[in-house]
Design a protein around this ligand. Structure first.
Ligand code: TRP
Length: 445
């Protein structure tokens, strides 16, 4: 082991990385965000575009981030400046770090809801979701508690412990999702939901649907802000980046698709509106638990598992700005964690109050979006797409697809025959597609 890896730490094994990266990828993005965004964007046609985005852009781009991280062994800013010191490219690393802050700021709020719902389900509290999120003390309190958990885990360096737990618990989540799929699809009227979700009406594909699908692909795979650069920097040189990345993408996509197979049949069986927005799964799931046999038990276990899935994601979001302060600014890790956690909490307060607690934050601000949805759109969608646009150009052209491909073939000799295709995707397909989609957003194209 060389000096650098000794100081930075490494995943204990290939499986260690897969679980940490899958832990980051699988979270509220799959179970909360994917259904609500699918619902708002018309269902099956969106799902189709989403899968296409994962395959053609998400996965190749994931490899780009992993290759950059493992080759340079630094945080995103450090990795970029190692290749192009003091150039404007370094700003992209900076954008990623800011994006991490902002995503965590509202993600932590939703994670707080998940945590609160453990107790709401346990104590048979049937007051509606609307009243729950409109209570300012509860909102801020739950958010604070969740942020505190996240900080404590990163502070104590107990990720390894979490990794171990996640290995046991994520299969349980998988089984629970299977049970819920069966239950939801037996509800009378659920068939309409299934066809909304799976039978595409391609005329519904518009520019904003494609942008939402692309953004969701990046968000769900934890891409576009250099997280996978950071996680890649802890991977050993002998590991096969290709197969590891593939496992992460497959696991993440399967969990999202499964969540939809529960939510949409249930929504239509309950006669609810699939396009209602961020509250969607918090309206639908509790109702499923209220009605199904042993529903309280299933519900409590479900929200515990979802909270843990969210925690493995918030840890990763906190990790990027923290690694930056430690690697680039020489701040002690334990101090950096508190700075990042504290700032994120402050930035997140308006999001926490935007679901009814404070009326002007809860009213549509731009494009019919209240504060939290607006943050989710700006950071969880736009900024990730922008980051991925620049980073794919950086890896494909500035660092060079050849260097990246060489890194990718360490640990996978057969990559050589795929390298030209990958190079084409990362140099042309990814940046051009993202560019057109972004132009379209501003009605320029
Ligand atoms: N992918 C996570 C989810 O689906 C959220 C997340 C964690 C994330 N880290 C990220 C999103 C980094 C973008 C970038 O819940």
């Amino acid at each position: 082991m060389n000096q650098a890896t000794e100081n930075r730490g490494q995943w204990s094994s290939k499986i260690g990385f897969i679980f940490a990266a899958a832990g980051s990828a699988i979270g509220l993005g799959n179970i909360w965000r994917f259904p609500y965004v699918t619902g708002q964007n018309g269902g099956a046609a969106f799902v189709f575009v989403y899968l296409l985005c994962i395959l053609v852009i998400g996965l190749p781009y994931l490899y780009a981030e992993l290759a950059l991280g493992r080759a340079i062994q630094k945080d995103p800013v450090g990795s970029i400046s190692a290749i192009r010191p003091k150039s404007g490219w370094v700003l992209i690393g900076g954008l990623g770090i800011i994006t991490g802050f902002f995503i965590l700021s509202y993600y932590g709020v939703i994670a707080g809801w998940t945590f609160g719902y453990i107790f709401k389900t346990l104590f048979h509290n049937h007051s509606g979701f609307g009243a729950f999120v409109a209570n300012p003390y509860l909102e801020i309190g739950l958010f604070a508690i969740f942020m505190f958990f996240t900080v404590m885990v990163v502070y104590g360096g107990v990720q390894q412990g979490i990794e171990r737990w996640a290995k046991i618990l994520m299969p349980v989540l998988f089984i629970l999702l299977l049970i819920l799929i069966v239950y939801a699809n037996f509800l009378p009227g659920s068939g309409k939901g299934l066809s909304f979700y799976l039978k595409p009406d391609f005329s519904k594909i518009t520019g904003s649907v494609v942008l939402a699908a692309l953004g969701q692909a990046f968000f769900s795979l934890s891409l576009g802000m250099g997280l996978m650069v950071t996680y890649g920097s802890y991977i050993s040189k002998d590991d096969n980046l290709l197969s590891s990345g593939m496992w992460v993408a497959v696991a993440d996509t399967v969990i999202a698709i499964m969540a939809g197979l529960i939510i949409f049949p249930a929504i239509f069986a309950m006669d609810k509106n699939p396009a209602e927005g961020p509250g969607l799964v918090f309206h639908v799931l509790p109702e499923i638990f209220n009605n199904m046999p042993a529903g309280i038990l299933v519900g409590v276990i479900f929200f515990i598992l979802l909270s843990i899935a969210a925690l493995t994601s918030t840890i990763s979001l906190l990790e990027v700005p923290t690694a930056y302060l430690v690697d680039e600014k020489g701040v002690a890790r334990k101090i950096a964690v508190w700075i990042v956690g504290g700032l994120t909490f402050l930035i997140g307060i308006p999001s926490a109050l935007s679901q009814g607690a404070v009326s002007w934050l809860s009213k549509p601000i731009i494009g019919g979006k209240e504060f939290l949805s607006l943050m989710d759109f700006l950071w969880g969608n736009l900024s990730l797409a922008l980051g991925a646009f620049f980073l794919s150009i950086f890896v494909g052209w500035v660092w060079g697809a050849k260097h990246a491909a060489k890194e990718l073939s360490l640990g996978n000799k057969s990559f050589a025959k795929w390298a030209p295709l990958w190079g084409f995707l990362i140099r042309f397909v990814a940046p051009i597609t993202i560019f057109i989609i972004l132009l379209n957003l501003f009605n320029i194209f």
